[in-house]
Design a protein around this ligand. Sequence first.
Ligand code: HEM
Length: 384
Amino acid sequence: MLAFIRSSSLVLPTRTTPKTFPTLIFLFNRTMSSSAYDVPFPIIIDETLGERLQPNEAELTTKIADTIESVIHKEYREPGTARRDVHAKATGILKAHFKVHENIPPQFQSGIFIPGKSYDAIIRLSNASGNPHQEDGHADGRGFAMKLLNVQGPKLLESDKNATTQDFVFINHPFFFTNSTESYLKVFQKNASDSALQKLTIPFTLGLKGTVNAAVLGGGKIANPLQVQYYSAVPYQLGLGESRLAVKFSIKPVSPIKDELPNHPEHEYLHQAIKTTLEKGEVQFKFMIQPKIGLNMEVEDSMTEWSEEESPFLEVATVTIPKQDVDSTEIQALGERLSFNPWHSLVEHRPLGAINRTRKVVYERISRVRDQINEVPREEPTQA
Ligand code: HEM
């Protein structure tokens, strides 16, 4: 598929004191894809926070979106059948409540983090595989996607500017397997190819660290998705203007209780574990922020965990998942229809780094294609 980019960039200093020279780069670009759902590449590169544009990033991003779109069209033709390209199987779609602590540090008080403020939320727990029928006992990564409702203010995603949602997307490890849009594309193409030889060369594309990360990310078994810590893995802006920070997020169960892995796991045992837990009572997670301090915490390096010794995660909010019926057909259907996207966001929480820039184009495009095949209305929810 053809993809063209016309881009130029203008470096705008936002302050010109001799000591510091913070820069925001505004890209004026337009990627052209044959897709009906092309999405603009992010226009701001915040060099002060550590963002750096990679060569041909917008064009490569368009190619990733084109490639995934063609796979979705090939795999799913009938209305109602289309699923996510990854994280296809939900183990639970849950109603929740998010409450910001009254005493959060002043430097974090921005965007949704208003002391004492509460939001209703929807959570989608998932297995990372693209196979929606994979048994839960299969080694895999796990996802935790959360959508806060009734969040006022314009959002970053052009097509959902007036939406009243703020999304946070987590996985159960603090890192990703690549920093680079180019290597993501190559790995995706090799993985989707029919050639066993192509697949065998994936470790060469990822390098040693990427191969180890990929093995860890995809290699784990868990007993209960409500008893696991999750991480944003990639960074986000927090705040505006000169006091803005780069941060990562994590969400950790308040209770230390951990179930044992079942000896003979049933096909859907993770869903069953969620069901059993939430029949008994509510579950709470601590929502935490880790600010970037020091040069070892790189915004463009998605493959390296930021040291918790250097910068511990600080608790700023509580997520409460009340006792509920997790088998409600209505909420299951809502979970399939929803699009969780880190760019469903206030500008105060702008996603940072190449991986997040790629996700802006890919998530919006792919979820729209999914909705179009499934013939479901496209709208952000206003209530759970
Ligand atoms: C360039 C890198 C990435 C690409 C191309 C990518 C691609 C995708 C796609 C296509 C979806 C399905 C979207 C939909 O149809 O609604 C998805 C979902 C997801 N991704 Fe990524 N992803 C990337 C990086 C990451 C990272 C760094 C994380 C770490 C938090 C992550 C976590 C998730 C989760 C948890 C979901 C499921 C969200 C839900 O429940 O709807 N992804 N990803």
